[in-house]
Design a protein around this ligand. Structure first.
Ligand SMILES: [Cu+2]
Length: 336
C-alpha cells in the first residue's frame, strides 16, 4: 500500500509538471477565430490526458526501476502473478469511458465549428497549382488575397481546378480540403476575432511548388473592409495591359511564369510574343495572338519543348475571352 501511495504522488507531480510544461511552451500559434476556441479547448484537454498517461507509465516505471531493482546477492525469481480480473476490468472500462467521453467532446466541438450564421457572407476559394483565388461572390469581384471583416462569419466554398489542395490558416485552426470537380465543393466557416495579417497555406502535397502555395489573409475592421470592397468594385482599369497584369496575379499564372526572362516551372513571358517557339513534337511556330489564346484556353493543345513534365492547369477554361485577351496584351507589353 505504501508503494501505491508513493507512486500516486509521483504520478500526480509528473502529470502537473508535464501538463503545465506542454501547456506553456506555445505549441499553438495565436488564436484568431471563434471556431478555434472549441479546437483549443479540446486540444488543452488532450494535453492533460496525454500528460497523465505519460506520467502513469513513466511514474510506475521509474519507481519500479529504482525501488524494486535487484538487491545485492539476490538470486531468486520474482513473485509469480496469475493475473487480476478486477484490474483488467478496470483498465478496460476506464479508458473506454474516457475515449467515449472524448468522442462526445470531439463531435460537439465539430458541430460548434460548423454552426451556421445566416448573415455569413460568401467567398468562393479556388485552389490551383500553386496559388489561391478568392471570388467575393456577394460583391462580384475577385482577388488573390483574402480580406475578412472581423467578428463576422464568412462561409468559404472551397474548390480546385486541378488536384486536391487544402485550405489552412493555422491561427483560425480549422482546415478543409479543396477538391477538383463539379459538385465537390466543401464548406468552411470562419469568424475572425483578431485583427491582423495571416497566411493561407496549402496543407495537401500538390506538386513541386506546394510549399510556396501561400496567400495573404487580412482581418480588418468592417468599415475598412467595405472601403476595400468598394475600391475593388470600381473595376480594375481601362488599360488592357494593366488588367492583364492583374489577371496574371489573380489567376495564379505567377506561380509558374516569370516576366523577367528567368524560366520558372513554365516558360518566361518576357520576349515571348513574336518569338519562334519549338514544340515538344519538334514543330515550330511563331508566337501570335491565336497561339497564346489557345495556350491559355487549352493548355494541353500544344506543349513547349523542355516543359513536358509539368502540366499547366486548365485555369484558362474559366477565364472570359476578354480576360485572356488582356493577358495577351500584357504578354505583348513584355517585349518581342
Ligand atoms: Cu496545394
Amino acid at each position: 500500500m505504501k508503494h501505491f501511495i508513493l507512486v500516486a504522488v509521483l504520478v500526480a507531480i509528473l502529470t502537473v509538471l508535464v501538463g503545465f510544461g506542454l501547456d506553456t511552451i506555445g505549441l499553438m500559434p495565436e488564436l484568431a477565430s471563434l471556431q478555434g476556441v472549441f479546437i483549443d479547448q479540446l486540444f488543452r484537454m488532450h494535453i492533460w490526458v496525454i500528460s497523465f498517461l505519460f506520467a502513469l507509465i513513466i511514474g510506475f516505471m521509474l519507481y519500479s526501476i529504482i525501488v524494486f531493482r535487484r538487491k545485492e546477492g539476490e538470486q531468486g525469481d520474482g513473485d509469480h502473478f496469475e493475473g487480476h480480473a478486477g484490474l483488467e476490468i478496470a483498465w478496460t472500462i476506464v479508458p473506454l469511458g474516457i475515449v467515449m467521453y472524448f468522442a462526445f467532446l470531439g463531435s460537439t466541438a465539430l458541430a460548434e465549428t460548423r454552426r451556421a450564421d445566416p448573415n455569413a457572407y460568401n467567398i468562393t476559394v479556388t485552389g490551383q497549382q500553386w496559388s489561391w483565388r478568392f471570388d467575393y461572390t456577394d460583391y462580384g469581384f475577385s482577388s488573390d488575397e483574402l480580406r475578412l471583416p472581423a467578428d463576422r462569419q464568412t462561409l468559404l466554398m472551397l474548390t480546385s481546378t486541378d488536384v486536391i489542395h487544402s485550405f489552412w490558416v493555422p491561427e483560425f485552426r480549422v482546415k478543409q480540403d479543396a477538391l477538383p470537380g463539379e459538385g465537390m465543393e466543401r464548406e468552411l466557416r470562419i469568424t475572425p476575432t483578431e485583427l491582423g495579417r495571416y497566411k493561407v497555406r496549402c496543407a495537401e502535397l500538390c506538386g513541386t511548388q506546394h510549399a510556396y502555395m501561400l496567400a495573404d489573409v487580412f482581418v480588418v475592421e468592417p468599415e475598412e473592409f467595405d472601403e476595400w470592397a468598394e475600391e475593388q468594385l470600381k473595376g480594375v482599369s481601362d488599360d488592357p495591359v494593366e488588367r492583364g497584369e492583374v489577371w496574371f496575379g489573380q489567376f495564379g499564372c505567377t506561380a509558374c511564369h516569370s516576366i523577367d526572362g528567368s524560366d520558372k516551372v513554365g516558360p518566361t513571358w518576357m520576349g515571348l510574343y513574336g518569338k519562334e517557339e519549338i514544340l515538344a513534337d519538334g514543330a515550330t511556330l511563331i508566337v501570335d495572338d491565336a497561339y497564346l489564346f489557345e495556350s491559355i484556353r487549352e493548355p494541353q493543345a500544344k506543349i513547349v519543348e523542355g516543359f513536358e513534365t509539368v502540366i499547366m492547369p486548365p485555369t484558362g477554361a474559366s477565364m472570359s475571352d476578354q480576360q485572356i485577351q488582356d493577358v495577351i496584351e500584357f504578354i505583348k507589353s513584355l517585349g518581342e
